[in-house]
Design a protein around this ligand. Structure first.
Ligand code: SF4
Length: 171
């Protein structure tokens, strides 16, 4: 045990210094989260579905959980089950082999459910478009409340899109 502690102390901090996203972006992310919670009056739960993404949009969505954006720390949570979700966050053009799974997930989210399309692919088919393998834009498959264009969109834009969807539903 002490040998391990001594070797950790000798090695020091090996990780790189954290990147700086800028005070403005960090402040805006915090403001959006506070407004989201104030509008809803409770936590927002999100189920994310990759309907055929290249993975780029997921990296940005995962970044919302890091200490700069601290999404979960402020009470906005990603959940595993659509039955526990308020909002469906969808990426990618809708791949034909994800079509049925996406519809089933959508139907499992309790009303009033919100749907946000993240990334150019989900917004309009993006670089993949519609074809034999993909249905293209999410709005051709499901009713969409809000779109977040970009390839991929940064976390602050995704937060803005979520806030717009929540505001619209709140009236
Ligand atoms: S919008 Fe860009 S990053 Fe997102 S899934 Fe499509 S190609 Fe990938």
């Amino acid at each position: 045990m002490w040998r391990i502690v001594r070797s950790i102390a000798a090695a020091g901090v090996c990780s790189e210094p954290p990147p700086d996203i800028g005070a403005e972006a960090a402040e805006e992310a915090h403001r959006i989260q506070s407004e989201l919670l104030a509008t809803l009056g409770r936590a927002l739960t999100i189920r994310q579905v990759d309907a055929g993404s290249c993975g780029g949009c997921e990296l940005e969505i995962h970044a919302m959980g890091n200490p700069y954006y601290n999404l979960e720390g402020l009470g906005i949570r990603f959940v595993a089950s659509p039955r526990h979700a308020d909002l469906l966050l969808v990426t990618g053009p809708v791949a034909r082999n994800m079509h049925a799974a996406l519809l089933r997930t959508y139907e499992a989210v309790p009303e009033p459910r919100l749907v946000v399309a993240v990334g150019d692919c989900a917004c309009d088919g993006g670089v993949f478009g519609a074809g034999y393998a993909t249905a293209g834009a999410l709005c051709d498959v499901l009713p969409v409340d809000e779109t977040v264009p970009g390839c991929p969109p940064p976390p602050v834009d995704i937060l803005r899109g979520i806030l717009r969807a929540v505001r619209r539903r709140a009236g």
